[in-house]
Design a protein around this ligand. Structure first.
Ligand SMILES: [Zn+2]
Length: 96
C-alpha cells in the first residue's frame, strides 16, 4: 500500500465528515479524484455510495441515523487502521 497525494487519511476524514453533514462539493470532488488513483479508497467509496448515495445527494437527503452511524463507524475503523500504518513502528491510541 502506498500513500497517495492528498492522503487516504484526509480522504477518509472527508468521507466521515459527509456523514456528519459537513461535506461540500469541493470535498466530494477531491474524494472522487483521489479514488481514481487509489483502488483502496475507491472500494470504500463504492461500497458507501451504494449504501448511502455518497456524493450524489450530499446535503439534500437526510440519511437515517442508523445508516449514517453504521457507515461512519466503518470509515472510522479505516481511519484507525490508517493511523496505525502512519505510526509505523509505534502503536498507540491517538488522544483525540
Ligand atoms: Zn486512498
Amino acid at each position: 500500500m502506498t500513500a497517495r497525494p492528498g492522503g487516504c487519511k484526509q480522504i477518509l476524514t472527508s468521507i466521515s465528515a459527509y456523514f456528519d453533514g459537513e461535506l461540500d462539493a469541493a470535498s466530494c470532488d477531491a474524494i472522487v479524484q483521489h479514488c481514481q488513483g487509489c483502488p483502496g479508497c475507491a472500494v470504500v467509496v463504492d461500497g458507501l455510495r451504494e449504501t448511502v448515495g455518497l456524493c450524489r445527494q450530499a446535503g439534500t437527503v437526510p440519511l437515517p441515523e442508523s445508516v449514517r452511524r453504521r457507515a461512519r463507524d466503518s470509515v472510522r475503523r479505516l481511519l484507525d487502521a490508517e493511523a496505525e500504518t502512519d505510526a509505523g513502528a509505534g502503536r498507540q491510541d491517538a488522544p483525540s
